[in-house]
Ligand binder design. Sequence first.
Ligand code: BES
Ligand code: ZN
Length: 852
Amino acid sequence: MTQNTLTKRLSDYQPYPFELEMVRLDFRLDPDATQVRARMAMRPLRAASALELDGEGLVLRKIAVDGRVLAASEYTQSDTGLVIHAAALPAQTFTLETEVEIAPAANTALEGLYMSNGMYCTQCEAEGFRKITYYPDRPDVMARFHVTVAGDAPVLLSNGNPVAQETGRAEWVDPWPKPAYLFALVAGDLVAHSGSFTTMSGREVALNIWVRKGDETRCAFALEALKRSMTWDEQVYGREYDLDIFNIVAVDDFNMGAMENKGLNIFNSKWVLASPETATDSDYERIEGIIAHEYFHNWTGNRITCRDWFQLCLKEGLTVYRDQSFTADMRLGPVKRIEDVSALRARQFREDRGPLSHPPRPDHYKEINNFYTATVYEKGAEIVGMLRQLVGPQGYRDALDLYFERHDGQACTIEDWLKVFEDSSGRDLRQFKHWYTDAGTPRLQVSDDFKDGTYTLEFTQKTDQTPGQGDKPARHIPIAVGLLSDTGADLIETKILEMTEPRQSFVFEGLSQRPVPSILRGFSAPVVLEFDTGHPPDSAFLLAHDSDPFNRWEAGRRLALQTVVAMAQGGAADPSYVAAIGALIKDGAADPAFCALCLALPSEDQIAQALHEAGKSPDPVAIHRAREALATALANAHEDALSALYDAMAVSGPYRPDPEPAGQRSLRLAALALLRRIDGGARAQALFDAADNMTESLAALGQVVAAGVGEAALATFRDRWQGDRLVMDKWFAIQLTASAPDQALSRAEKLVQDPLFDWKNPNRFRSLMSGFAANHAGFHRVDGAGYRFYADWLLRLDPLNPQVAARMSTAFETWARYDLTRQSLMRAELARIAQTEGLSRDLSEMSARMLG
Ligand code: BES
Ligand code: ZN
């Protein structure tokens, strides 16, 4: 086969020529030989079509049409599926029956039906169902599923409502047609933490969180988060749950975070189980957000699904937008916005600046698993947020109501989605659509002018070329702007300017003084803002006065980045930044969680990116030193205030994961991190010894490790938690992220020898390897040994679990930023990966794209 036939293209889309009315699946579970019988009612939509079914790694035992076993000449089998010739098929609705055998215990890729800790579970998105049975495994083929499971396990679950349950056998019927990627089956010795929810129309829904025995004491938070999600979707989107039962199962071996299978969500246990002793504040927040995300998919993903996988951001971008809004409502909205933008910049902007840049709706791919990216998810969510700004809150709700009314039960495209906004608002969104179809982060340059009471803002937009896409047309960009007086008062209400031209001016009249502009409030569009000439805004002034919390924080971040970039090139800490941070600490008026975010310095990876964008090649060691030096300067300048803050933010009473105490802890720990630079880790050691919750315990552990005095604490922590997988994942990661760069590799090499390093478990593998790669200067050692170590492990994992290996290969996506020595070392590792015999399609596509 040529490269081209392996590439799938959006432009090649063809509807499936059969309608699948109903499917019956019968499973007889066995770790080594599970039997799957499938019976499908198929209605031909076009005369004389061959019937194509996907199937991988299946042993075919039987195939029959309307009860007649097919002769070998009537169908063709290949590695990827089976084609029944048109001549073998009736012209009217017929029943196709197949029997296949699969081996879940041998399934290390964790796609399809596999085993985790003695339990059976499935993961079918995107194309895992074809590893379970022969089927049209594409999201636009939707069918009603009726499933029978036979096996020894005490608990046997599938999608929908249970219709029969007896020892060793259960039957489930899902009344809602769905694509195969939403199928799920779970079987094991599980216990439930249960509750119930009454929907807005008064229906009672049974809720269960299924876990292994012993874990049921860690489910209460997730169950409450589920109820909050159900209430929020009713109140904010008018969406009610549609089955009598909602099950969530926690599994230890899972490639991703969680999965929205209809009525049977399957979660990485990391994102379900929580207790104060084992989960951090940010774990709690994330659990709440992921529970919400998967629940919200019931309407945005399941009831309305994607026509094909190019449309992935239709469900993921929208559902991320929904989960972000939910968390913003449950907690502090502005703090959540800052967290989301930070993540967007760290992951999506990074991706968009490198060889993996692609549009939120790609138009070709080789392996769809490689497109569950920050661009599809996080930028996809930003696009939804921009649409909401363009049509306003009520316009957004109207558009969503129309979307659900018009498309319920369908498999849709981005075009369908935009049409709903056009029809309900009357706006033309053709230019806006470029956000979906074009890659790259626009750069927005601003200059301003003030004359005779008239203030003019002039913007120029430019989007750099990206792989496979040349010059780009101008985007439709909502720019939220405020104007401040010289005392910091708002002169106007925040206004959304709509930029549609490559260069465009906006005029504000009747001003008595030159205003200070606050541009891109709330981060109203995913662009890079550059101040051109003349009057760059006074960042220290905005940090002190901007009424928009996002831009307040942004001003501080801009100052921090400027000074640390200068320091990495031999400069000194900017006194105005140090003073501004001092004012913030002493002010005491700002919310603690917000303050904590202002005290956090940009990551080394972001400093490297900023240097690269300034045309300099980043030196990882100099960056590390500069960042440490800036933190030390802040600590020295404000030692007393930080120390007082550290004491004042201590939370008394039993641990609660609520936003308020969590915010206090985050500020306390931000102060601790700065003070560590001058107290040698003494406060951190004391906190580590005294902590009664994982938030403080883990943060303190990180600080003593960073101070170079962490060996005893690491040993204590390991002794205490060696029996707890989720906590031990943290132990593996933190000692690599926090350790001195020159020790990171030797630590990593030692840790892979640890008997607890179960590298076939995705969480454990990621903890160690991503922890190592997050040690920026450690990973980018100039001798290339960090790259080699990392690549060796990717190659070791690839034959077992290509999906995880491929995702983690993005540690190399930034090669072009660095000096020629590092560039050639990183490229050499990518080339070594690319040339490996028998490499997976997943990792082969990634390494080829990164090499360009
Ligand atoms: N549908 C995905 C899970 C998925 C992704 C399965 C890729 C198979 C391949 C799910 O809804 C999801 O997006 N999960 C995220 C977490 C979420 C909160 C963004 C994940 O697993 O990382
Ligand atoms: Zn999702």
